[in-house]
Design a protein around this ligand. Structure first.
Ligand code: WT7
Length: 661
């Protein structure tokens, strides 16, 4: 029998709901269906229930899909909770699973990575070739004094060498800290400083929309204030002239010609709890958090979720259009696809460069089967109309994915219908830098509701709760929490274990992980994520802390005080709006507004550029001096102001009436 796609289901109360059922062949061939049969369950619900009640057993089974140098003594050690440890006593290396084990099979000649530059050039690497590049780079790093446990900062454009650098670090037991190539001086300096990196890997520049992003120049400025850096290794990408400081800066291509750069390099066996990487993310204070992920549990969590949700088949070509510099790229461009032996495609540049056909051209040219992207990109491309995608053969697509922020149903439907031809399940994956892996996400057999990530993945227990950890009734908003540990969970925050305990677990001994998001659950148990409850703004899916934006503003001599909030934006999801109190004697002007916007962009990076800056003479604050951003937001949106009993002065409120003009 034909399964209806996009049929409307009528519920008891006469409420109409849009549900998309998966085509029957998709269900039949899904990796999940095979696993379900193997386990002897006839419905996903039963399988899911089993996986939660026996979550250690489930994750142990998933761990057995991978290779270990030495097996674990214990699956989960919760004695030091919330500092959970997984697969204790085991020895492994994520790179052994991502590369080495494929070299023993036919996959050594399989394409691992296909890269297309913005200029139209391409490069392809088999698993054998990836191993060669990674091994050479790893030997270079060792030659430059990088030892086990050292944190190497990587600030590179979207080129294969970024991926090789990450793998090279992990291979030798060093820890990588990738700094997104769109970040600027202050963001780089802050991250390099917190990690105390001795080595920075960068490039002369990168290409974006045909222009050069001067990474080395930005890195130079950051390094001026980063005393820990001893060595800077520079990839030549653009060929434009850059400053090379003797004794500190080295061209990568020079180092690769040295005898140390041999193609043989041992992958170091490590304890499963050894950190593999740090990834910084914004929180509610001005200091970015260094989220720590480890080799063992992380590789288990990401590979299992990739297998079940993205349903990879041996012959697939998979494209995750995120940047390797974000967790999406770490987990689902670099590590999980390589562990699963996928052929991954990546594209260097902007989706609409030189024309809005660029992505669809790539799908056709490379025969992409799975496309994973973000709502902001979908909205951006949707805006150019259907004529662009309709000229390309998108029939190879089998599965679609979305991540980064709630996807609005309109964008969901467009992606599903126009790009996926109505036949591709759309996996809306909810997760975080901290969770490392998908937490709430469908699998290809799940009936879909546009805008919902559906259910938690196998082995994950999510809930919507109130302040006291009690479950909220159906359809009511609350805090989104996770009730059981999972293997790819962050282990701690670098240099700040206390903040890890307080912020995510709300104290020692707690077993409830607070995600920082609000959500609700509907009558069928579908999760609907609403957004952040902390001072984090999601701009085009990128996470930015209001405090970081404010401190960038205040670093300008004209600014005395600043507040940043996120307001809805058609393409970006949210856009940054700032309220600024000027320093004594400085007059507001349009020129100054532009100058301040540019200042934030140059301090933090173009993604942090405010949409609008308004000059005010005071800001609403609590008695203790905390800026009430929710008041600013409610006011800007013309909503009720809520509880104002903590407001410091009525004057601010009067000022607020000025804000909306
Ligand atoms: C925050 C995490 C996970 C990789 C990219 C972002 C929001 C993420 C979804 C989704 C609704 C989502 C949440 C979350 N978010 N995916 N599918 N639906 N919201 O990682 O930068 O750590 O941000 O992104 O607010 O907490 P991140």
């Amino acid at each position: 029998m034909e399964n209806p796609t996009g049929s409307i289901l009528r519920e008891g109360g006469g409420k109409e709901e849009e549900i998309y059922y998966p085509p029957s062949d998709v269900v039949e061939n899904a990796n999940l269906s095979r696993y379900m049969k193997q386990k002897g369950f006839s419905t996903w619900e039963e399988l899911y229930r089993w996986s939660c009640e026996n979550f250690e057993e489930y994750w142990e089974e998933m761990a057995r899909r991978l290779e270990w140098y030495r097996p674990w003594d214990q699956v989960l050690d919760d004695s030091g909770k919330p500092f959970y440890r997984w697969f204790t006593g085991a020895r492994c290396n994520i790179v052994h699973n991502a590369i080495d084990r494929h070299l023993k099979t036919w996959r050594r000649n399989k394409q691992a990575l296909i890269w297309e530059g913005e200029d139209g050039s391409h490069r392809t690497f088999s698993y054998l070739a990836v191993n060669r590049e990674v091994s050479k780079l790893a030997n270079v790093l060792k030659g430059m004094g990088v030892a086990r446990g050292d944190i190497v900062s990587i600030y590179m454009p979207r080129v294969p060498e970024l991926i090789f650098s990450m793998l090279a670090c992990a291979k030798i037991g060093a820890v990588h800290s990738v700094i997104y190539g769109g970040f600027s001086v202050e963001a780089v300096r802050e991250r390099v400083g917190d990690a105390q990196s001795k080595v920075l890997l960068t490039a002369d520049g990168g290409f974006m929309r045909g222009k050069i992003v001067e990474l080395k120049r930005i890195a130079d400025e950051a390094m001026d204030h980063s005393p820990s850096i001893q060595t800077c290794i520079v990839l030549r990408r653009t060929g434009h002239a850059v400053n090379m400081q003797a004794g500190r800066d080295y061209w990568l291509h020079d180092l690769l010609t040295l005898p140390i750069a041999s193609t043989k390099c041992e992958t170091v066996p490590l304890d499963s709890e050894t950190p593999a990487f740090i990834l910084y993310t914004s929180g509610s204070t001005g200091k970015p958090k260094g989220v720590v992920h480890v080799h063992g549990g992380y590789m288990v969590g990401i590979s299992a979720t990739f297998h079940m949700t993205f349903d990879l088949k041996e012959e697939d070509r998979y494209w995750c259009a995120a940047d390797p510099g974000w967790i999406t790229g770490h987990s689902y461009i670099v590590y999980a696809p390589f562990i699963e032996g996928a052929t991954s495609f990546i594209y260097e540049g902007a989706p609409n460069y030189p024309y809005p056909n660029r992505w669809w051209q790539c799908v056709e040219r490379y025969g992409i089967n799975i496309l994973y992207t973000a709502p902001t990109a979908i909205r951006g491309l949707m805006r150019f109309g259907n004529a662009w995608p309709s000229r390309y053969d998108l029939s190879t697509l089998r599965l679609l994915g979305s991540v980064g922020e709630p996807i609005n149903p309109e964008a969901w439907r467009w992606f599903h219908k126009v790009i996926g031809g109505g036949r591709c399940p759309l996996m809306d994956t909810w997760w975080q830098t901290e969770t490392g892996m998908f937490m709430i996400a469908p699998n290809p057999t799940t009936p879909l509701k546009p805008g919902s990530g559906t259910y938690p993945v196998l082995g994950v227990v999510a809930d919507v709760v109130d302040d006291r950890h009690a479950a909220k009734p159906v359809d009511e908003d609350g805090f989104l929490v996770i009730r059981k540990p999972w293997p790819a969970m962050m282990r701690t925050l670098l240099n700040d274990p206390e903040r890890y305990v307080q912020q995510y677990w709300r104290g020692e001994q707690s077993e409830v992980y607070f995600t920082g998001d609000s959500a609700r659950k509907d009558a069928q148990g579908y999760f609907w994520v609403i957004g952040r409850v902390d001072d984090v703004i999601k701009v085009s899916g990128y996470r930015l802390g209001t405090a970081e934006i404010e401190s960038a503003l205040v670093s300008h001599r004209a600014v005395a005080e600043a507040a940043a909030i996120g307001l809805p934006h058609e393409l970006k999801g949210s856009a940054i709006h700032c309220y600024v109190i000027l320093s004594q004697g400085i007059e507001p002007s349009e020129g100054l507004e532009d100058e301040l916007k540019a200042h934030v962009a140059s301090e933090m990076g173009p993604i942090a550029k405010p949409e609008r800056i308004q000059f005010v003479s005071s800001l609403p604050k609590t008695r203790s001096g905390k800026i009430l951003r929710r008041v600013l937001k409610a006011k800007a949106l013309g909503q009720e102001l809520g509880d104002l009993s903590t407001l410091e002065e009525q004057l601010s409120l009067q000022q607020l009436s000025m804000l909306n003009r």
